[in-house]
Design a binder for this molecule. Structure first.
Ligand SMILES: C[S@@+](CC[C@H](N)C(=O)[O-])C[C@H]1O[C@@H](n2cnc3c(N)ncnc32)[C@H](O)[C@@H]1O
Length: 310
């Protein structure tokens, strides 16, 4: 029984407006979580809409199965990475695909998952607990320069090198096993001094992204989403930090262009024409309205980008 899986879906009205579910339509949700969005898509596409969904987290899958029971016979859900969508969802079959990235509230709130510096637990952070590497494996095993790169690249942590060197020193005499050991070390190095956020916030975010290879999944997942969409079908992606949003924005813009260029710089004389694969539904990211911001603090950093396959 997992019915206490409490996750408030963000930008629900905006997602429905983007995907426009209709009866007979086929939809895919790559990040089911508590299945709030999935249930709304199934309700809006009654009586004959279909949803294929997945989540890497077995607990989320159980919660989603329970949440979607009322739509029995209209969905198939599996535990797995959305990056592998094209392995089980037929090509060009979907009218809409949703990716609502990052972690769910229950993943952060349940201490044993080891995502949070707020509660002491094993330093785990795996979304899929059958997958090998934990955050503890990374913290105890990675070279200091790799840890520094992770803290910098995935956490924007200005003290990345200093933190990584301190971890390297510390682990000569002990293994990092718990969230508290790591959070305490960071707090000692960088006292809170009136700051609103805990000094370990960025380090924890960075480790979570690395442990779950979230950016690699996103890059592969965008390609998979385009593969399973029909022409005219739409992809909606909700991101929660600039790295995710940057990858999504660039990927959509690149495929919406009617030309390609080699290298990093777009020099007009060196452009080669090509047929765009997608069109952008909104030029700018959609953000939550004031009522949602007041009601759900987690929505603060959310941005929604929508494209349509041509
Ligand atoms: C923000 S929550 C989704 C909430 C959901 N839309 C709802 O209405 O409850 C993100 C979920 O995506 C899952 N997730 C993150 N990356 C994933 C990936 N690459 N493949 C599948 N699931 C993933 C997480 O386990 C988490 O349950």
């Amino acid at each position: 029984m997992v019915s206490n899986f409490a996750h408030k879906p963000v930008m629900m009205a905006e997602v429905l407006d983007a995907l426009k579910p209709r009866t007979g339509g086929r939809y895919a949700d790559g990040t089911l979580g508590g299945a709030g969005h999935a249930a709304a898509i199934l309700a809006a596409s009654s009586p004959a809409g279909w949803l294929s969904g997945c989540d890497r987290d077995g607990v989320a899958i159980e919660a989603a199965r329970e949440r979607l029971a009322e739509f029995a016979g209209r969905f198939e859900i599996r535990q797995g990475n959305y990056a592998d969508f094209a392995e089980w969802i037929p090509k060009a079959s979907c009218d809409g695909v949703l990716l609502d990235l990052g972690v769910s509230s229950p993943q952060l709130d349940v201490a044993e998952r080891g995502f949070s510096f707020m509660q002491d637990a094993k330093l785990d952070m795996r979304m899929d607990q059958s997958q090998g590497m934990t955050a503890a494996d990374l913290v105890n095993g990675a070279a200091a320069e790799d840890l520094a790169r992770i803290f910098w690249q995935y956490g924007d942590e200005r003290d990345s090198r200093r933190f990584a060197r301190a971890i390297e020193m510390d682990r000569k005499t002990r293994r990092f096993e718990t969230t508290k050991q790591l959070a305490d070390l960071i707090e000692r190095l960088s006292p809170r001094a009136g700051r609103k956020t805990h000094p370990a916030t960025k380090v924890f975010q960075a480790l979570r992204i690395a442990v779950n290879d979230e950016m690699g999944s996103l890059e592969r997942g965008l390609v998979a989403a385009l593969t399973i969409l029909k022409p005219g079908g739409r992809l909606a992606v909700i991101t929660f930090h600039s790295l995710e949003d940057g990858i999504t924005k660039r990927w959509m813009r690149d495929r919406a262009r009617d030309y390609v260029f080699d290298g990093e710089v777009d020099i007009p004389e060196l452009r080669r024409p090509r047929t765009p694969e997608v069109k952008l539904v909104n030029r700018k990211a959609i953000v939550p309205g004031d009522a949602e911001l007041a009601d759900n603090p987690r929505s603060r950093s959310a941005q929604l980008r929508v494209m349509e396959k041509i």
